[in-house]
Write a protein that binds this ligand. Structure first.
Ligand code: F6P
Length: 404
């Protein structure tokens, strides 16, 4: 392994998932006994500069003082990275926007002793970008500003970076990564880049430390075997939510993802109340299967009034699509999209919770665990237990556990 040293240079506008990817890469490399370290310019700036640098104009390319401070920070980290590599480190990751050609030329000039791999992170999904910015502005750096002021300041900062941004796609060793979808859009690897096999695979793998998949508590519709709708939790459902809250109170859960339905949010609320701090994020992608013309009917009513619907669905439940509604097959796209959002917004959080529904949770489980399509609509989704999943490149854990 003696000569296998590598610099990784992250590139991308702010809030494009660079730091999440950098942290994931480092963790995977370290697990493989490859000594890796991240050198993050933003962190160094916040640590070393006593004055507040959250205001957008600090990042204006015409602001000479701001530019020189940032160049200095970049230089310190470049030197630190080189020192790390010369003192037994194997992979140094430079985590910053590295948006301008000038900055990348500086890096290439200074770090000419080992190969450099540029990883450009792209994500132009407006909704995700907004949520990602909201997470960023809830940090210490923006504490003196209102949410709106902070959001605007961050957006202006992005605009300043856009003015100087050039893609590194002409670089010798380059990967363009869609960081929301964990997929490689372009790659250009000229030199033999050390660890490339592992790195490429890490980048496209969904890694989950602890994922808790919970079904909402009992609802009034559940009591009658009625499907869809937006029913409230029953007394028993509320009690189940409180039991879940008690069970999870010692596990730090910064984000709980739910559908937009009342039953899911009502289950999440008591759990979040027992957490020190955290946010509930409701995603329409996790709404229960839309049963179209059958919404709010009981299974018995469907059988009696629409025998064909009932029969056909029974024959091929996975592929059957309710008239004016959805089927498991058509739900797949939005569930996958919801999971991408969860992974992106969780930013390597150790514990992630999703509170969904019977049909939705079946699809979520089948995303991480292979099930034949015909068996997916029958996966057991009880309300007194939850599923636990931990998944990485080479390890998968899957458990059904009681919380009461
Ligand atoms: O019955 C509860 C429920 O979540 C319904 O809202 C939904 O239509 C159904 O489960 C999905 O399960 P299945 O595909 O088995 O009908």
């Amino acid at each position: 392994m003696k000569n296998k040293k590598l610099y990784i240079v992250m590139v991308g506008l702010p809030a494009r998932g660079k730091s999440t990817i950098a942290a994931k890469l480092k963790e995977c490399l370290v697990k493989d006994s490859i000594k890796a370290r991240i050198f993050n310019n933003g962190e160094l700036r916040r640590k070393t500069i006593p004055t507040n640098t959250s205001f957008a104009e600090f990042f204006d390319p015409r602001n000479k003082e701001g530019m020189s401070i940032r160049e200095n920070i970049a230089l310190i980290n470049i030197k630190k990275a080189q020192r790390f590599i010369n003192n037994g480190g194997y992979v140094a990751i430079l985590d910053a926007t590295n948006a301008s050609l000038k900055r990348r030329k500086l890096i290439s000039r200074k770090l000419n002793d080992h190969p450099i791999l540029f990883i450009e992170c792209i994500n132009d999904n407006d909704e995700i970008l907004r949520s990602s910015i909201m997470t960023k502005v809830s940090t210490q750096e923006f504490i003196h500003l209102s949410k709106e002021e902070a959001y605007n300041a961050f957006n202006d900062r992005i605009s300043y970076y856009q003015q100087i941004y050039t893609s590194p796609e002409k670089e010798k060793n380059y990967i363009k990564l869609d960081s929301l979808n964990n997929c490689i859009i372009k790659e250009n690897i000229e030199n033999s880049v050390p660890y490339y096999g592992q790195i490429r695979d890490f980048l496209v793998t969904d890694t989950l430390k602890n994922l808790y998949i919970i079904r909402h508590g009992e609802t009034f519709f559940n009591l009658e075997n009625r499907i869809g709708g937006d029913s409230d939790l029953t007394e028993k459902g509320l009690l189940q939510a409180r039991s879940l809250a008690n069970y999870f109170k010692r596990i730090r859960i910064p984000l709980i993802f739910t559908s937009t339905k009342k039953r899911a949010v009502q289950t999440a609320k008591p759990i979040m109340e027992r957490q020190e701090k955290g946010t509930i994020i409701s995603l329409p992608e996790f709404d229960e299967i839309d049963s179209g013309v059958c919404e709010c009917m009981t299974y018995k009513e469907i059988k009696e009034r629409m025998p064909n619907v009932y029969k056909q669905r029974k024959m091929d439940k996975y592929n059957y699509i309710y008239p004016d509604g959805e089927g498991y097959i058509t739900m797949k796209k939005r569930i996958d999209q919801g999971l991408k959002k969860v992974l992106f917004l969780s930013q390597n959080a150790t514990n992630i919770m999703i509170i969904g529904h019977q049909g939705v949770n079946r699809m979520i489980l089948s995303h991480f665990l292979f099930r034949r399509e015909e068996d997916v609509p029958y996966i057991y989704i009880p309300q007194d237990k939850y599923y636990y999943i931990s998944s990485s490149q080479n390890r998968k854990v899957f458990q059904l556990k009681k919380y009461q």
